[in-house]
Design a protein around this ligand. Structure first.
Ligand code: DAT
Ligand code: MG
Length: 138
């Protein structure tokens, strides 16, 4: 069990002014922000980040959405980070997310669902390295 995970605040939530509200919930849940930046993904970079989904019917829509505006990328630290963060964000589809979760509060739809959270320790490391150099991650 690693103590780090990776998140993005997605273009819908940035556009709708929810960066502060989401970071507040993340910090209140006991996560430390190890590294953070606001940036924008090209379609090529978004496609690379989500390459695991390239055969899925929603891939094109996902890449278009994730490159449609600014995102906030961050590495977070806490005991049991990956699992606890997935609980904090809630189900992929906000209609199925539990009350009080970030997606329940802020997501618009299954495609525009406000935040990303890594699904394993291995992917947390890969995704963190996609955005941050070694010097930025201590
Ligand atoms: P999660 O982000 O909860 O890990 P995932 O890895 O299955 O979900 O999918 C990645 C993203 O792709 C998800 O956050 C939103 C989008 N997505 C998933 N299923 C979708 C669907 N049925 N229709 C549209 N977008 C979808
Ligand atoms: Mg996923």
């Amino acid at each position: 069990m690693s103590n780090r995970t990776f998140t993005m605040i997605k273009p819908d939530a940035v556009q709708n002014g929810h960066i502060g509200g989401i970071l507040d919930k993340i910090c209140a849940a006991g996560f430390r922000i190890v590294a953070m930046k606001q940036t924008r993904l090209s379609a090529e970079k978004a496609g690379e980040f989500y390459a695991v989904h390239k055969e899925r019917p929603f891939y094109g829509e996902l890449v278009e959405f994730m490159s449609s505006g600014h995102i906030v990328a961050a590495i977070l630290e806490k005991d049991n980070a990956v699992e606890d963060f997935r609980k904090l964000i809630g189900a992929t589809n906000p209609a199925q997310a539990e009350e009080g979760t970030i997606r329940k509060i802020y997501a618009e739809s299954i495609g525009r669902n406000a935040v990303h959270g890594s699904d394993s320790d291995e992917n947390a490391a890969i995704e963190g390295n996609f955005f941050f150099s070694g010097l930025e991650k201590f």
